[in-house]
Design a protein around this ligand. Structure first.
Ligand code: AMP
Length: 449
């Protein structure tokens, strides 16, 4: 079905054409007609499905002919990056209309946001906490609101934002059209949806979550301590042209980015401890090609939308299968294809099994030819807390022994010295991964963008 059969305004069709969208994605085909008809929506859709345009297009269309200077639409979204991305999409889709849009999120000054609220920008895209900060002030009135979007509702729950969302709901008109989007539907989200929606059109609720088609997924079995070396090697051999790399913790993201830079790979990092300016710079640098690799923790990376992103690397296996599907969804967007590599250490086998159950198939195991899987690693990326504590205890006991020995005179032995101890850098067991290399698999070269 072409966009022209969706009864969209000519100015929107023009923008859609300029963006290069040829035909609506499934969520757009399903959501736009009821959205235009003024119905509430309950939709299961994740990043990469085209959901943003699915909720923005009906709202922009409804706002085209309304009087200006009153905020009539609010999009609530969990992260700053998502908010910035939605505003960018809204500006691109509304470019031939008078509809205006502004973002409200933390980490940046309140002034321009206050101005947007005072001047009654048509669409506000906000993270809940910062919006509540504004709503305490008299200038922030959302009495004229007619459209509400809750984006990534399940992520709001994960991040502890549901109380804030409920506080906001108490301050906006109950007579409105509500579009509710969530990748998954845990019970708390289903309850919230039933509180917020009136006879909604339900889309895709029964859909078994699966990554977008066109994605090549592969598993690289590798010892934990060799993951950084494997990543560098994949980059050096140009098997990875650029990549969004996910790590389990901020600490690992930092250490990995440092490791890449040390090996002359331009890399940036994005995680919760980075300032908004640093995140924006990292993301812009990655988009422009200044950085080949963007290392990210999951939450910080939500909303990252990098056109034609060729690879996602799960440096650590996500503990929750849905996170895997979310992340992998970042490649293979719409008409693109992309690869998703997951590095799996022997300790992560159970998490991988859970993912394979969720995607309904076993994923191919791949080895990188001529990579030294038996190499001795230089240093661990992260020393497990138990090992760090054991190391501190050992040092303290050595010091005590030395002090006691001094007291007893030169004949006494200081006991175990550091060299006899299995210190934190000595326990790396070399691991040879099993499984065949896939000919023509993810090691194929991709044509340049
Ligand atoms: P989203 O799921 O909203 O994050 O969108 C994923 C990506 O798909 C974004 O880069 C959009 O610009 C792009 N996109 C959205 N709709 C379409 C479409 N109909 N055709 C091609 N690309 C699209």
């Amino acid at each position: 079905m072409p966009f022209t059969s969706l009864k969209l305004h000519a100015s929107l069709l023009k923008a859609i054409k300029e963006l290069g969208f040829v035909k609506p994605t499934p969520i757009q085909t399903d959501a736009i007609p009821p959205g235009l008809a003024g119905k509430d929506l309950l939709a299961c859709a994740s990043t990469g499905s085209g959901k943003t345009a699915a909720f923005l297009l009906p709202i922009i269309q409804a706002l085209i002919d309304k009087p200006r200077r009153t905020t009539r639409a609010l999009v609530l979204t969990p992260t700053r990056e998502l908010a910035a991305q939605i505003v960018e999409d809204c500006n691109a889709l509304a470019v031939h209309t008078p509809v205006t849009c502004a973002a409200i999120y933390g980490g940046v000054g309140m002034g321009p946001q206050e101005h947007a609220l005072r001047s009654g920008v048509d669409v506000i895209v906000a993270t809940p906490g910062r919006l509540l900060d504004h709503l305490r002030a008299p200038y922030a009135k959302l009495d004229g609101l007619e459209y509400l979007v809750l984006d990534e509702a399940d992520r709001m729950l994960d991040m502890g934002f549901l109380p804030d969302v409920r506080r906001i709901l108490r301050q906006i008109p109950t007579k409105r059209q509500t579009l509710f989007f969530s990748a998954t539907m845990p019970p708390a989200i289903a309850t919230l949806a039933s509180e917020m929606l009136k006879q909604p059109t339900v889309i895709n609720l029964q859909r078994q979550s699966a990554p977008a088609s066109g994605i090549t997924q592969a598993i690289y079995p590798v010892a934990q301590e060799l993951k950084s070396a494997l990543l560098v090697e994949l980059l050096k051999r140009d098997i990875l042209r650029d990549a969004l790399v996910f790590t389990r913790t901020k600490h690992r993201a930092n250490r990995l980015a440092d490791h890449l830079v040390k090996h002359r790979v331009n890399a940036a990092r994005i995680h919760g401890n980075r300032s908004q300016a640093q995140r924006t710079e990292a993301l812009a640098g990655f988009k422009s090609g200044k950085y080949r690799v963007l290392v990210a923790t999951d939450i910080a990376a939500r909303g990252i939308d990098v056109e034609a992103l060729s690879h996602v690397v799960n440096f650590d296996v996500p503990a929750v299968p849905d996170d895997y599907i979310h992340r992998v969804g970042r490649t293979g967007r719409a008409e693109m294809t992309g690869d998703a590599f997951t590095f799996v250490s022997p300790e992560e086998g159970a998490d991988l099994k859970a993912i394979e159950r969720a995607v309904g198939k076993s994923l191919p195991r791949v080895t990188l030819p001529d990579f030294d899987y038996a190499a001795r690693p230089q240093a661990k990326l992260e020393i497990p807390i138990a090992e760090r504590i054991a190391e501190i205890r050992r040092r303290k006991s050595d010091e005590r022994a030395r002090r006691a020995a001094k007291g007893r005179g030169p004949s006494a032995s200081p006991g175990r010295g550091p060299s006899s101890s299995p210190g934190p850098h000595r326990s790396a067991a070399p691991h040879r991964p099993g499984g065949p290399s896939r000919p023509g698999g993810p090691h194929r070269r991709r044509s340049p963008r």
